[in-house]
Design a protein around this ligand. Structure first.
Ligand code: PGA
Length: 253
């Protein structure tokens, strides 16, 4: 039985102190987690303070995440952040291949493959993002598009390594636009992703969390999360509001 996950992607928002306030506000609202999980994916500059705020809860189902990393452990890579650095700060999960990184920073499937390998080698959890742009959806070729993203970045893994991954399906046309995929569209793609995993890895596919991302909010979360292959959400805009993020986390139950 897969547990559900609500991951907040703050993107490039908030000061570190505002971030601590947001985490404390969420904790104060006391989301009902049971065995489900919350991951706060905060900017690099916020990690140390965010970790302190999270550690105060003593709840192992509330964890710290980052939004990016580089795949080399150290060296002459000005401006980059390595996995040993993130690990020291208590990071457990890292978003990889968000569409904004693909679009604005030219990250391609090959680079993401290196990042995935490095994150798994560091014994951390990648949150691998995939999803199609609007033109692909309009041409109804989204299944092939997402299959190619998976093929070039994660399907080279051994089953044991793959089982550590979280996948986030985020249709680009739904990110930050207020336009959510319908529950049917989300479920259809999540089932497609799971069947690809099943074809390559067999029953391991049943253990992999596949999150939905793209204008997820307190109104649509419960219906999305009730779909058989939707195991929670990767939340952008609504993760910046304590009440909304908590309501979405509660929708996991
Ligand atoms: P959104 O962003 O919830 O603001 O649409 C989701 C994401 O980009 O991860």
């Amino acid at each position: 039985m897969r547990n559900k996950i609500t991951a907040g992607n703050w993107k490039m928002n908030l000061t570190p102190q505002e971030g601590v306030t947001l985490i404390n506000d969420v904790l104060h609202l006391n989301p009902a987690l049971n065995n489900n999980k919350i991951i706060f994916c905060v900017p690099f500059t916020h990690l140390a303070l965010a970790q302190q705020a999270i550690a105060n809860t003593n709840n192992k189902n509330i964890v710290l995440g980052a939004q990016n990393c580089y795949y080399q452990n150290s060296g002459a890579y000005t401006g980059e952040i390595s996995l040993p650095m993130l690990k020291t700060l208590g990071v457990q999960a890292i978003i990889v291949g968000h569409s904004e990184r693909r679009q604005y920073f030219n990250e391609d499937n090959e680079l993401l493959k290196h990042k995935i390998d490095a994150i798994l080698a560091a014994d951390l959890t990648p949150i691998f993002c995939c999803g199609e742009p609007l033109a692909v959806r309009e041409a109804n070729t989204q299944n092939d598009f997402v299959a190619q993203q998976l093929k070039e970045s994660i399907l080279h893994l051994e089953g044991q390594a793959l089982s550590k991954i979280i996948i986030a399906y985020e249709p680009i046309w739904a990110i930050g636009t207020g336009k959510t995929a319908t529950t049917a569209q989300a479920q259809e793609m999540h089932a497609h992703i799971r069947s690809l995993l099943n074809n390559n890895y067999g029953t391991i596919a049943q253990d992999i969390a596949i999150l939905y991302g793209g204008s997820c909010n307190p109104t649509n979360a419960a219906e999305l999360f009730s779909q058989p292959d939707v195991d929670g959400g990767l939340i952008g805009g609504a993760s910046l509001k304590a009440d909304q993020f908590t309501a979405i986390a509660n929708a996991m139950n």
